[in-house]
Design a protein around this ligand. Structure first.
Ligand SMILES: Cc1cc2nc3c(=O)[nH]c(=O)nc-3n(C[C@H](O)[C@H](O)[C@H](O)COP(=O)(O)OP(=O)(O)OC[C@H]3O[C@@H](n4cnc5c(N)ncnc54)[C@H](O)[C@@H]3O)c2cc1C
Length: 814
């Protein structure tokens, strides 16, 4: 095709596997008038040089679901389009060479089964039999996913392009996009060297160029190109055509069959960033020079695994750049900076495996105007302003790349790009033994080392070195009083004449309360799913103060801002940096607070769910009477410049009550016992408040319309098919982390959405949805016998429909 249309409904930029899959699926959604623009030729970016392994297992159920859909699509695409794809379902084998890796594999096997994937746990002998070229003498075991496979990336892309064309998509090659036109904060068109196309929306599937394309529109796409190599051998005797793909993470390498020989690549611990100053022009169907020195350690590992490689002829050492991201997950969704500008990029060397599902999800996101399901792990809104800095992105991305095959221990923290955002209390807490973790650039105290301990995590799959220290913090909060630095909370102001009306529409709970009220609420999507879980405090007639989790800053701001009804006078401002937050929690919290303020903090003057301005250490402090730990307490929002003085006064006054610093790991244990839900774990866009047993926080009894109401009403009438329940396991040798499978009377009915140790309960505590298509009632839940599968081992579990720690309400609210 030569003539560009002057207008299209959607323009997709990039003719790699992702752009073609998105075009294919958007057409399947019934969209017409779709144009795909490719700067050079289809597949000429990263796609043409991919190895083509298609693995499915990820740590998130929905991302695994996308990859499983890829496999289903690749099964039928050739028949549908008449274009060969080279797809074969030869299975995927993953090896373990030490006990800790085996534990990780067994946990992954349980996760796979939780998510409905078939997986087999194999002995070293069985693994070696399945993969004849290997020397398996060092194996501890392996797992096998029979439905994994491999595909020819270029053929797959051509098949998707053909399928897209068959549905009317127009594809233009040799047509680079050089500008994005915008009008009124929305996409209006694209500029190319062959003319302009006016359009309603743009989908940026530009692979490693997506960052530059985003910048044309003022959109941040945090990714970094990294060199990625694999070797292709001549045919090797004894390599069957149906050889499964093989991942050998302890040796940092992978293999697949390639025309009777092997392709072998890996993830070096010292990756090399590419095109730091920009991708050179004319880089299409181009490879980088083979870097044998850098590949040598991989080669040594491969030779030990496959001795026949020593004599095999080498065809090529492919060195291709691919875009990687700061957390190893791809980037999907509508950019928060510009309406109708969507991104599908940063595929971290699993873009071929992801293409089917990611293209479908992105197309459905475009067509429906919101994600078709919870896609938080890949949502573009998980990033923040700090990710506009290439240097920050590069540091963290290279670390994530290097960790691709290292054992993913629970609670592991990144070490690069640290110290970028710190609370005013950072140095005080550091001096007192704080061990920090990072979230969206913030340093946050995870736990406090006691005398003689080093504030550094020692990772394992068992109880980690901080276990006792966190127990002390937990008990201080339950028995006396603890102080948590939660300054990293995201804080917004909603102001304007219509602030109440706007928030009444967006919030599921009733926020039309008097000035001085704090309301815990969810914000729902049209499906009734929970998009945000936060507190809204009315601080004036026309002003609300909104507080949400650190990591949800971009997402929640975007959700609230985009749902303010048109024409209403309500503006949202981010005031995160203005306030430090000190959460003073525990039965002695009032005793401490009353000592440092002249304002009356008695229950009569300052009841639960109230918000008051009080003075502490000369500072005007916004105090919110709320709790996420199940104890009497206040969140003190302190002007940043006064945080140190307020902290010092509180610690001084609290010393006679046994006040202790406490961190995020203690919060996790405290909230698990008290049954408070965590967004992005227990609750999220796929689950409604009714399913999460949060119906009490929804204004269904009032007539007020609100976003998501119809879906909830319909669900209430129809009845629930799944419900969140609590579980506990007595055996202290068990470690719950989340994703363990739930069995009811021997049947798999769900998996844990979160889990941990409850120090007061003295037991493992977890939450998870129990599913039953025929309906879920309290009687059904209570009538079952439960087990949890942890690393393929089943243990008896008790079901709890009430929190494990449930003090008299007067303790919290009195
Ligand atoms: C060595 C290596 C091995 C790999 N092995 C595997 C594997 O085994 N399994 C797996 O799943 N993945 C693998 N991958 C990853 C996989 O190749 C990528 O994730 C995938 O190809 C990304 O596809 P994409 O469509 O996002 O990007 P690309 O294929 O790079 O497509 C982006 C397209 O956008 C075009 N473009 C750029 N700028 C413009 C513009 N301004 N206007 C118009 N068009 C533009 C480019 O020309 C390009 O064609 C591997 C990658 C490498 C490097």
């Amino acid at each position: 095709m030569t003539d560009l249309p002057s207008h299209a409904r959607a323009v997709i930029i990039g003719g790699g596997v992702i752009g073609c899959s998105t075009a294919y699926h958007l057409a399947k959604c019934g969209w017409r008038d779709i144009v795909l623009l490719e700067r050079a030729r289809l597949t000429s970016g990263s796609t043409f040089h991919a190895a083509g392994l298609v693995g499915q297992l990820r740590t998130s159920a929905n991302i695994t679901k996308l990859l499983t859909y890829s496999v289903e699509l690749y099964d039928r695409l050739e028949a549908e389009t008449g274009q060969a794809t080279g797809w074969k379902r030869n299975g995927g084998l993953r090896l373990a060479c030490n006990p800790e890796r085996m534990t990780e594999l067994l946990r992954q096997a349980t996760t796979a089964r939780s998510f409905g994937l078939a997986v087999e746990v194999l002995s070293p002998q069985e693994a070696a039999k399945l993969w004849p070229p290997m020397d398996g003498s060092d194996l501890v075991g392996a797992v096998f996913l029979p439905s994994d496979g491999q595909v020819n990336p270029s053929d797959l892309t051509q098949a998707l392009a053909k399928g897209a064309r068959m549905s009317g998509v127009r594809i233009f090659e040799d047509c680079a996009v050089s500008g994005i036109r915008t009008a009124g904060g929305r996409v209006a068109g694209v500029v190319t060297e062959r003319g302009e196309i006016g359009c309603e929306l743009v989908i940026n599937c530009g692979g490693q160029w997506a960052k530059e394309i985003g910048r044309l529109a003022g959109v941040s796409v945090p990714l970094q190109s990294v060199q990625h190599q694999y070797l292709i051998t001549e045919p090797i005797p004894g390599v069957p055509r149906d050889l499964p793909t093989l991942r050998d993470p302890d040796r940092l390498i992978y293999f697949k069959e390639e025309v009777g020989g092997l392709a072998m690549g890996g993830y070096e611990p010292n990756p090399i960033a590419w095109a730091v100053d920009g991708i050179p022009p004319g880089f299409h169907f181009t490879l980088l020079d083979s870097d044998w020195d850098h590949f040598e350690p991989m080669m040594e590992q491969a030779l030990a695994r496959v001795p026949a490689l020593a004599t095999a002829g080498v065809k090529q050492l492919v060195n291709g750049p691919e875009s990687f991201t700061p957390d190893g997950n791809f980037i999907l969704g509508e950019a928060p900076e510009l309406r109708n500008f969507y991104v599908g990029a940063g595929f971290n060397a699993f873009g071929i495996a992801s293409a089917g599902g990611a293209g479908k999800a992105l197309a459905e996101w475009v067509a429906g105007g919101e994600p078709p399901m919870d896609l938080w792990p890949v949502d573009i809104r998980r990033f923040g302003r700090l990710h506009r800095d290439d240097h920050v992105v590069r540091q963290r991305t290279l670390e994530a790349y290097a960790k691709h095959y290292t054992i993913a221990f629970p609670h592991e923290e990144y070490e690069s790009a640290r110290g970028l955002r710190v609370s005013p209390l950072y140095h005080r807490l550091k001096d007192q033994g704080a061990c920090f973790g990072s979230k969206l650039g913030w340093e946050r105290p995870n736990w406090f080392a006691r005398a003689g301990e080093t504030p550094r995590d020692a990772y394992s799959f068992g109880r980690q070195n901080w276990f006792e220290a966190v127990g002390g913090e937990h008990r201080a909060c339950r028995e006396a009083v603890a102080l948590f630095d939660q300054s990293s909370f995201a804080k917004f102001l909603m102001v304007g004449r219509d602030a109440e009306a706007a928030l009444s529409w967006i919030c599921a709970n009733d926020v039309s309360r008097p000035v001085g009220s704090v309301v815990y609420t969810q914000m729902l999507n049209r499906r009734g799913g929970i998009e945000c879980d936060l507190t809204v405090s009315r601080i004036d007639r026309d002003a609300y103060y909104i507080v949400t989790g650190t990591g949800f800053a971009t997402h929640d701001f975007d959700w609230i801002a985009r749902n303010i009804p048109q024409g209403q006078d309500a503006r949202l401002l981010d005031v995160t940096s203005a306030y430090a937050v000190l959460a003073l929690m525990g039965p002695r919290a009032r005793d401490v607070l009353q000592q440092v303020t002249q304002d009356d903090v008695s229950n009569a003057a300052f009841p639960f769910a109230a918000c008051r301005d009080i003075v502490v250490a000369g500072a005007a402090v916004r105090a919110l009477r709320m709790t996420y730990v199940g104890e009497l307490g206040w969140e003190l929002h302190v002007p940043a410049e006064s945080a140190g003085a307020v902290y010092d006064r509180l610690m001084q006054a609290g010393s006679r009550y046994g006040i202790a610093n406490a961190g995020y790991r203690a919060i996790e244990s405290l909230r698990l016992e008290k049954g408070y839900r965590a967004w992005a774990g227990d609750i999220g866009p796929d689950y409604t408040p009714l399913e999460a047993a949060l119906g009490w926080a929804v204004k269904l009894r009032q007539d007020t319309p609100f976003l998501g109401r119809e879906a909830l009403v319909a669900q209430r009438e129809k009845g629930l098919a799944r419900r969140l329940a609590g579980f506990s396991v007595d055996d202290p040798s068990v470690v719950l982390l989340g994703r363990e499978t739930i069995y009811r009377d021997g049947e798999r009915v769900g998996w844990l959405s979160s889990g941990g140790w409850g120090y007061t309960a003295g037991r493992n505590v977890g939450f998870g949805y129990v599913r039953n298509e025929a309906g879920i009632t309290d009687e059904y839940l209570a009538g079952g016998r439960y087990e949890l599968e942890i690393a393929t081992r089943r243990v008896p579990a008790a079901l709890h429909l009430r929190p494990l720690y449930d003090p008299e309400m007067s303790r919290v609210k009195g």
